[in-house]
Design a protein around this ligand. Sequence first.
Ligand SMILES: [Zn+2]
Length: 242
Amino acid sequence: MEEQLRTLAKMQSLDDEIGRYKVLQHELPKQLEEIIVSVEQATADLLACETIRAEIGKKQRSLEAEIKAHQEQSKKYATQLSEIKNNKEYKALNSEISYLKNKISEVESVLLELMDQDAEAKEKVAEAKVELEKAEKCKSDKEGDLRHQIETLDSKIETVRNKRNDLARTLPVAVVKHYGSMIKNKNNQAVAFTREGSCGACGFVMRQQTRIELQLKRKLIYCENCARILMNKIEEPEDEDM
Ligand SMILES: [Zn+2]
């Protein structure tokens, strides 16, 4: 009986291991996906920042061209001015020139604002580049390892499962059946170690009789509440109550 209990405890610890691999089977692809998505997101963010900056640059160039055109026009008028004899025309031309001057200074103040915007946009582009580099580094650091882990999980589970099945073959069929149904239906836990007079899995307080029978180790004892196989701790396997 002692041997059977030891075997069952070993089987449970192998099933715990399988359980951890199954959690990873669920978690690792999510981590991989997150890493890939964060690179895509950072790439899109950088592109958005660069687009904004390019638009500012375009506006700046068009305003600069506008200023240049106004200046040239103003120069032309200035030359014409010296040739004009008529007072009325002189006044008209002069007011054109001052209109252009005003226009130029208006555009220049818009340009100044754009310079500020451009400086801000430049900073944002730099920040977005840093974010993208970070995301790419994270991807290149972790992607290969994650993919490898994901690919090898199946075979790891298979190996542990085979070990467990080898152990199961040494037990009576009825015990294995009960063990299997507990693993399947009771949150991957078939064996419960006692904890201060209670079932370590469901917390059910054992009767005095059960405690004595557990000490005697003449037969397998099942929790009266959850039906898991009860045993007092051997060596020191960790039982986790989920
Ligand atoms: Zn129980």
